[in-house]
Design a protein around this ligand. Sequence first.
Ligand code: SF4
Length: 870
Amino acid sequence: EAEAGITWTKGVCRFCGTGCGLLVGTKNGRIVATKGDPDCEVNRGLTCLKGYYNSEIMYGKDRLTRPLMRRTNGKFDKNGKFEPVSWKEALDEMEKHWRAAYQELGPTGVGIFGSGQYTIPEGVAVVKLLKAGFRSNNIDPNARLCMASAVVGMYQVFGVDEPSAGYHDFERTQNIVLWGNNPAEAHPVLWSRIIAAKRTIPGYRIINLQTHPTLSSRNADVDIIFKPNSDLAIANYILREIVHRGCYDKDFIDRHCIFATGPTDIGYGMRPTDKFAYPAEKDTQAKQVKKVLSEAEAVGQRRRPGEAVEQKHAGGPAGSHWHITFEDFKKGVEPYTLEYTVRVAKGDPDESADSFAKKLKMLADIYCDKASRVISTGCMGTNQHQRGTWINESLYSIHLLMNKQAKPGNSMFSLTGQPSACGTCREVGTFSHRLPSDLLVANPKHRAKCEKIWGLPEGTLNGVVGYDAMKLLRGLEDGTVRFLWTQVVNIFQSTPNSTHWLRAARKPENFIVVADAYPTFSATQAADLILPASMIFEKWGVYGNGERRTNGWPEMVKAPGEARTDVWMMLEFAKRFKIKECWKEQKLPGGKTLPNVLDRARAMGIDPEASLYDVIFGNKFLRSFKWPDPKWKGRACGTAEVLGDGWFPEKALYEEYWQFTQGEHQICHFDESILGHGIVWPYIDGKSISYRFNGKYDPFCKGADFAFYGPLMKAIPSGNLDGVTDKTPKPLPNRAKIFFRPYADPVEMPDEKYDLWFDTGRLMEHWHTGTMTTRVPELLKAVPEARLYMNPADAKKRGIADGDRVKVTSRRATIYARACLGGRMPVQKGITWGAFFDQNVQFNQLCLDATCPLSLEPDYKKCAIRVEKA
Ligand code: SF4
């Protein structure tokens, strides 16, 4: 009875990468309830707290309903107050500032900061607008801040960025090893599945490797508490054990793998002014490892052509790894004895060395047992890491050596934080170095394929990798970027060292547009113009979760007031620029130029006087998707209705992207994604493929028992290099790489002045910067503020009691918080933790903006702070 008059429609949760299916209840034009979709294989009817409250996130009292611009006396004024303006006034002002920055600085003078919460159609729209229209690769999503190390790790190892297993492996394995992730808070429904498996599968174990105990510790069989950054030493210890025990699968390695390494001194991607500490080379063991590597390099290390190009494509510097022999690999891991690893990695001062050593040995036993099945999970702990790419690579190395990858119950598996970090940022290619479906901007063949599908003249796409997330922000500071448009993201709260970027945003020459549903910290503090955006069930959308599952939903309710979809905003903006101003010769930093392609455009029948909207978004294929869509009679589409020219952009953009995936990873069609309950790709003849690279399951292996393939692999000559020289004419078949990557101390560690470690992350109740979940009264009441979690002994030493207000200082900022001594994050001595959801307690201001030099992902997981009673 309580459900009388409610219409239930299939939807997706937008609050983490798990990708739970929802049933969304609407009544009288409002979302009134959400519950788990029992037909979705991911959650089987479950949701966590956040999933349940998807129904309330759209109805905060301060929902934005009109564009707001800083003005004085009716004119734009950087120092003025926000006033409501019409969409025309908003877009006019945007156009003026964008054009000025674009004309003066070229395609790199403007940028868009996107999101892993973009739907797939939104991702396609932004990639087309920037990369094809404006010929700028300056689009990077917040997935750079959470997934990039996993992405580059996969590129390096497999030549393609695609997870090879699925969530079903949590129930097919016997051991889950959590490498620095806390699914009890961050992936609660997956955690429920893991706990259920533990209760029903005899001998099932959960091994929890963390820098401090977390909520996941409560259900773990063993907690292994390691010093920040030293997971790499632990991984090398396991690799050494595998080699010493001789338990590796020689046949598999000989046929399918190759060994690799690279130079140690590759930096930390820090802002030059912040180069205050560089302890990495102090460690004598690290020096010894470096010596081994230098010797290997000196003898040529069989560097092979193609490697440098590959690394550059992945976003990092060129030439950062090369192939080695198994003997070289053995030399690399040899220093990581149990004794050395215990010395480097033991993270709890109250734990004995013996106890820690026993746990490491037990971990090695699990991996070395040929018969035992193991799933290793990585997430923010492995990705937000100064050596994030390396730790990802090393975990794959363990699995590959043991032939425990891409098999039921056996895999290294990267969890994703956001609902479509995989589907949109990675698969569609909203990273600054990527194009759709694993193609890369720096590869001419990839650009040519993209130009063909998009109907662009040859040479339109820019082959120079765009600015990554941190470089976009640094660009605002150093004057190389003057216009930034943020979409579905709150970067002036979420980025590390964020006070810098806020100051940069307010420089008079910069223009910042924030498109959001609420007046977020970024909107109110950094923006010059705020655009009111539609939220999840107010538009058609499709997400891709962390196990290659594509799941869509239809528009269910109208957005309030004049709020519009991000797709509409981009399409409308594209109407204001002509092809002739974007496709002429353009200068790029560093003396490179983009060619004039206007003649080629004319030859293809494209009028240079036409707008980007008409050309980029107006090809025959796209316009063949009409609105109203006969398939979806009775449904609404806000974007199509406001646009009013009879096409269905969300479906059209998705279907155009679908073409890229054919013969590669084959996603389902748009309508199937809306009607289905989450469809895993590759999706061939109505069936999903559960394991990539494994010939038993994956038809792309073309008869081989294993095959590692992908657009990068095709470009790389590889193979077992024992006895092979650079003169060897023919490449051997494609192989996965087993990397040796040495441990080094992190760039900043506690010292006399800043004597505690600090780590940051998420709590179950709040999503990211809390812009939606803090507007749900029940969630806010459950956790009203972010606190600094401290060990009681550390607090006592400083005269701090539970609940006291404390002053927290790092080399970058000072903030105030209340202390929490224990609770759900019972940290050991020497380390502290805080969640970043609270705009009144901005923990991320403390964080270091050092990045993994290969993935360019910043490290939020370790920096040094001082805590005093306030
Ligand atoms: Fe949503 Fe993640 Fe919770 Fe599932 S586990 S309901 S996707 S927040």
